[in-house]
Design a binder for this molecule. Structure first.
Ligand code: 8YV
Length: 325
């Protein structure tokens, strides 16, 4: 009888998914949720055939050459910029991600962050908790309008489209978008979104929402020059990836009120946050939790597990990000 494939679950996930994997594999699980260094991860991966991991663990040539037995890396995230995809393909390692299952939850959060930012919810809560609320005031935490305003979405994949629908159908927003490629006419009509150039988007949107994947080309898609094109009353929301925004330039623009406010769920160099962002009041900061609901986390882990099960059953990965020869 063949022995079962050996799997590492590199971060703590729900016990149900661990149990399901145990029915198929010889499982080692990091249920203590130790955050391993790349060297420690390589050590833990010795003799493993597959791994279920998250977007915060880098899978690169050095790790792959230290783990020659590894055949598949299942990411519990839709983004996979933690993968060096060419190195994985060269090493014959299958990569998979977790699309679709988190689309609506992440779009909900994008909207929550937009609402909190535009309506200054966190700033006003701090004020209240600090005992500063003495009386009604005409312009107390007067924020930016959301309904009927112009929403500019950069990155019109599944999550971008889900945000467009919320904006257009739920809030009567005028939705414009910029993307590598234009959506087909039917999808544009359904999202009630109009394709525009990046410059037009930046200069006409009241709220700019970033939902694009992180690639080398997208590094600092929003920097000093782009911030200068935005309206002084505009808000910027980043639920995509740190590195898409130049955080130092953003902190300066916020401090000097060159844009009104920002809502950020992702950061360059996270979990370390640029110190200047921590001291400006007009920014809402959250620790990369856009997909974090009980149900969606379990669906993400479940899909990563299904990828491992299908792959080792010889049926191929369900949501592969590379094609092996
Ligand atoms: C993950 C994400 O929680 O799916 C993604 O791309 O950014 C988040 O949903 C994070 O990457 C950890 O895996």
């Amino acid at each position: 009888m063949h022995s079962k494939p050996r799997i590492l679950i590199a971060r703590a996930i729900s016990p149900e998914v661990v149990e399901r994997l145990q029915q198929h594999f010889d499982v080692q699980s990091n249920q203590e949720d130790v955050v391993w260094s790349p060297q420690e991860l390589a050590q833990q991966l010795q003799g493993k055939d597959g791994v279920l991991t998250t977007g915060s663990q880098r899978i690169d040539a050095a790790l792959l050459s230290a783990c020659p037995q590894l055949r598949i890396v299942a990411n519990m995230a839709v983004g996979y910029n933690n993968f060096d995809v060419p190195a994985m393909t060269t090493a014959g390692v299958q990569g998979t991600n977790a699309p679709d299952v988190l689309t609506e939850t992440t779009a909900d959060f994008g909207f929550a962050l937009l609402m909190a930012t535009a309506r200054r919810i966190c700033e006003s809560e701090h004020y209240l908790r600090a005992g500063q609320w003495k009386d009604w005031r005409y312009d107390l935490f007067a924020g930016a309008e959301v309904h009927g305003s112009t929403l500019g979405i950069i990155g019109m994949g599944r999550i971008g489209q889900a945000i467009a629908r919320r904006g257009a159908h739920g809030f009567g927003m005028k939705v414009i978008y910029h993307n590598r490629s234009r959506l087909d006419a039917a999808l544009e009509a359904e999202c009630q979104a109009r394709y525009v150039g990046k410059q037009e988007l930046l200069s006409s949107a009241d709220h700019v929402m970033l939902v694009l994947p992180f690639t080398q080309e997208n590094h600092h898609t929003i920097g000093e020059a782009e911030l200068a094109q935005m309206k002084p009353t505009a808000t910027l929301i980043n639920i995509a990836r740190g590195g898409i925004v130049d955080d130092a330039a953003l902190a300066r623009a916020l401090r000097e009120r060159r844009i009104a406010a920002a809502g950020l769920d992702v950061f360059e160099g996270e979990p370390v946050v640029h110190p200047d962002l921590l001291t400006v009041p007009n920014v809402v900061l959250t620790p990369h939790i856009a997909s974090a609901t009980q149900g969606t986390r379990s669906a993400m882990a479940g899909l990563a597990a299904d990828n491992l099960i299908s792959f080792f059953a010889g049926k191929g990965a369900l949501t592969p990000v590379n094609r092996l020869a």
